[in-house]
Design a protein around this ligand. Structure first.
Ligand SMILES: Cc1cc2nc3c(=O)[nH]c(=O)nc-3n(C[C@H](O)[C@H](O)[C@H](O)COP(=O)(O)OP(=O)(O)OC[C@H]3O[C@@H](n4cnc5c(N)ncnc54)[C@H](O)[C@@H]3O)c2cc1C
Length: 523
């Protein structure tokens, strides 16, 4: 076997998977047919959940330093300011990163790519996958190299992170149903001044569509994303052609000193029928593509990689049966389908050409949004969805909640909430996320002792955390609706595997055998 995992594609998804596998000690090869990293910004919004994952990888500070925090989004309808969605304030107790970080895809790729040499890995550029042959025990991949020569490598598993036109998807015969939208998007990198609320996202709704203005690093630097007005849809347009429509609804005060990049593109909404075919997996845009409404695309690919990496690592190292890998598709397909449906509905509403939709967008939608955003509960729910901290796997075969926990408590499959607790009675308050080791399982015992060492059957795959009784801890646990006593067994990706009231070794062992498929020899 030449390698354990062949990662095809060094976009954000492939780079995240490579980092996550490398830090877990998995042998891998990451290839890309391009000559080097992409210079196109494309995706812009880094969500809170992604930053939490970046923090575990040790790259969150660098991302935050390079990006710009969007702490709020302002909604405008036909030139009038209607509402502000206060991202920062809403998410403050839910995540260490209560904002959307405006950081271009190229910077995200650079930061993740720069991390790889720490693990002795580098991307093999100019290397294209041209054929795959799957056998019961391995996959033979044919790669075309820069000089045109071909070489064959044998891998245990192949991860197709090769984008919307995925060759891995095509070679494995997985269908990609969906359709293109008739609308044409444009992106423009501008130096602009106008009615925009500085340092925040500005959304301009108008009779014929919308424009999003993102604050970027640098003075008066705004990224504009919009749809072309219908009369320009079939033309060869440049930035000057869209300026009149922009001024029309963002106000005559909008003026541009420069436009350094302008591009148009059509988008599709499609989801792969399967995320796995025997030894090959699909992740990121290879598995799902949707409208950029909500800045979810890149973030979803990164989470696909985070979900698959710990499972692949355990299987490759012989610490889990291959059955564990079935849960990748089981958990990630529903997330992708829900995302496709919601972004599709939101997108249709945002771009429909009908007179009624235009009226709805500018007269009704903005008012509903203004009203909804004055309600704290709705704000919090919206933040959880957009930031992706609300993604859960409650229906997964890996998720189990034992009897006795109140309904309001976090359940099996949820992302374990962000808590700041005293881990020693005489110690300072600490960030539990920072204490958890995401290359292992983490067991959190609240208001009760741990079973004797070695009794749980995880070997060295487990970190334990005992939360002592303390007034400040009581308050923080109550805020997260975590009862005392209780216990939470977290998977490496921070989602709850097993939870319950009394921590008994027999229940944990049963969970390991029945749900996690951990192998005896690995422990
Ligand atoms: C103009 C534009 C604007 C966008 N704006 C947003 C946005 O605002 N928000 C958002 O969330 N998303 C946005 N997206 C979508 C976002 O860019 C994607 O979701 C993201 O790039 C997906 O990452 P990925 O790694 O899965 O795939 P990709 O970034 O497409 O990477 C795939 C990689 O695989 C390589 N590859 C392909 N085939 C092979 C092969 N046979 N052998 C070797 N290598 C191969 C390619 O060279 C490429 O580097 C935008 C997309 C576009 C085009």
């Amino acid at each position: 076997m030449d390698t354990d995992v062949l990662i095809v594609g060094a976009g954000p998804t492939g780079l995240m998977l490579a980092n996550q596998l490398a830090r877990r000690g998995v042998r891998m090869l990451i290839i890309d047919r391009h000559a080097g990293p992409s210079l196109q910004t494309r995706a812009l919004g880094v969500q809170a959940r992604t930053l939490e994952i970046y923090a575990q990888l040790g790259i969150a500070d660098r991302a935050i330093e390079l990006g710009k925090r969007g702490t709020g989004a302002n909604l405008w309808a036909q030139g009038r300011w209607m509402a502000r969605v206060p991202l920062g304030e809403i998410g403050q107790s839910a995540t260490p990163y209560p904002y959307i970080l405006i950081l271009g895809q190229d910077d995200n790729e650079r930061i993740m790519g720069d991390k790889l040499p720490d693990f002795g890995i580098s991307v093999q550029w100019n290397t294209e996958l041209v054929a795959l042959a799957q056998e019961p025990g391995d996959v033979t991949a044919t790669l075309r190299q820069a000089d045109g020569s071909q070489r064959r490598i044998v891998a245990s598993w192949v991860a197709g992170c090769d984008g919307a036109h995925s060759f891995v998807r095509e070679l494995t015969g997985i269908s990609f149903p969906g359709a293109p939208y008739e609308h044409v998007f444009y992106v423009a990198d501008t130096e602009a001044t106008g009615s925009m609320v500085p340092d925040q996202v500005n959304i301009y709704l108008w009779q014929e569509g919308f424009h999003l203005l993102f604050p970027m690093r640098g003075k008066d630097h705004w990224r504009i994303v919009g749809i072309l007005p219908p009369n320009l849809r079939n033309e060869d347009v440049n930035f000057e052609a869209v300026v009149p429509s922009l001024r029309n609804e963002a106000g005559a005060s909008l003026s541009f000193a420069a436009c350094t990049w302008f591009s148009t593109y059509r988008i599709h909404h499609r989801g792969a029928a399967h995320f796995r075919n025997r030894r090959c997996f699909l992740l990121g845009d290879a598995a799902h593509i949707h409208s950029p409404v909500g800045a979810q695309g890149m973030n979803t690919g990164l989470q696909d990689a985070y979900n698959l990496a710990w499972k692949l690592a355990l299987v490759v190292k012989g610490q889990a049966e291959a059955t564990l890998l079935d849960s990748y598709e089981e958990e990630r397909i529903p997330i992708a389908r829900r995302l496709l449906n919601t972004t599709d509905r939101a997108f249709r509403l945002a771009v429909s050409d009908s007179w009624f939709a235009g009226l709805f967008r500018t007269k009704v939608l903005a008012r509903i949004a203004a009203f909804a955003m004055s309600r704290k509960r709705i704000q919090r729910a919206a933040f959880r969805v957009v930031s992706q901290i609300g993604i859960h796997y409650r229906h997964s075969s890996l998720s189990r909640s034992l009897d006795g926990l109140p309904k309001s408590a976090p359940r099996g499959g949820d992302r374990f909430p962000w808590l700041q607790l005293k881990l020693r009675t005489d110690g300072a308050v600490e960030d539990l996320f920072q204490k958890c080791d995401d290359t292992r399982f983490n067991l959190i015992a609240i208001g009760q002792p741990l079973p004797p060492e070695g009794a749980l059957g995880f070997g060295d795959m487990l970190r334990t955390h005992v939360i002592p009784a303390d007034l400040a801890n009581d308050k923080e646990l109550a805020r997260a609706q975590i009862p005392q006593p209780s216990f939470y067994l977290l998977r490496p990706d921070g989602h709850i595997g097993l939870c319950g009231v009394r921590l008994e070794a027999a229940a944990v062992k049963r969970y390991i055998a029945e749900n996690l498929h951990l192998a005896d020899r690995g422990r």
